[in-house]
Design a protein around this ligand. Structure first.
Ligand code: KIV
Length: 264
């Protein structure tokens, strides 16, 4: 497999090929996922929850993200590396430029930020300076205190329309990828059809251009709780590399997510 870029993901969308992505936080898992043929790896600020044992992503720092991005990058040959900008690291445009540079210099090829059209100017400024951006809408975990919990978003008509408008604005500002988290499957489909850039869903239905899972969920390591939108691929295979290969093939064939993993 050749080195994957944002252009490769765009081509996959255009050709109707499904994109498989997963989180990783260290070199060993990153290498294994890269060798299994995953298209992109996200160093998610979910590391606050799955590695650090926090009850949200808010305590994660830019230093944490840079450290884990450096670790992951050392395991990668072909996969696209995306790093999350943590809570309040992009509250102003100046902070975003400084902190995105830290993650790019740590080895990311793209940074991810949570939020709607308020990010337009920041995204344009980053893209103009050579930093590709993945946007993130729906259940954006850094806003958990605004949402009052980890709840499905976009069920009401006005909220769904707002999300479609935000998605178009983010694409217009220069975002090259969009993560959609925990929204009704019909909204995932509507946003995907409205955009030229690829959408990557997590609890956003079957019709997004790709899927992402937190690696701990995909391997059934989550302490106590398996989210509705996830599946334990390790249970079906008993081997981590084969589990990720199964995940990739189930996404590619449209078998994952199944009806039991989607929100209405
Ligand atoms: O932090 C993370 O792992 C994420 C994914 C759930 C999309 O943002």
């Amino acid at each position: 497999m050749a080195k994957i870029s944002t252009a490769s993901l765009l081509k996959m969308k255009q050709q109707g090929e499904k994109i498989s992505t997963i989180t990783a936080y260290d070199a060993s898992f990153a290498k294994l996922f890269d060798q299994a043929g995953i298209h992109a790896i996200l160093i998610g600020d979910s590391l606050g929850m799955v590695l650090q044992g926090e009850d949200s992503t808010l305590p994660v720092s830019i230093e944490d993200m840079a450290y884990h991005t450096r670790c992951v990058k050392r395991g990668i040959e072909e996969t696209l590396v995306i790093a999350d900008m943590p809570f309040m690291s992009y509250a102003t445009q100046e902070q975003a430029l400084t902190n995105a540079a830290v993650l790019m210099q740590a080895g990311a090829s793209m940074v991810k930020m949570e939020g709607g059209a308020w990010l337009n100017d920041t995204i344009s400024a980053l893209v103009e300076r050579g930093i590709p951006v993945c946007a993130h809408l729906g259940l954006t975990p850094q806003s958990v205190n605004i949402f009052g919990g980890f709840k499905v978003q976009g069920r009401e008509n006005d909220k769904a329309e707002q999300m479609i408008a935000d998605a178009k604005a983010l694409e217009g500002a220069g975002a090259q990828l969009l993560v959609l988290e925990c929204i009704p499957a019909s909204l995932g489909e509507a946003i995907t059809k409205a955009l030229t850039i690829p959408t990557i869903g997590i609890g956003a239905g079957k019709d997004t251009d790709g899927q992402i899972l937190v690696m701990h969920d995909a391997l059934g390591i989550a302490c106590n709780y398996m989210p509705k939108f996830s599946r334990n691929f390790l249970k079906d295979t008993g081997d981590i590399k084969q589990a990720v290969e199964l995940y990739i093939s189930e996404v590619s064939q449209g078998n994952f997510p199944g009806d039991e993993h989607i929100f209405k």
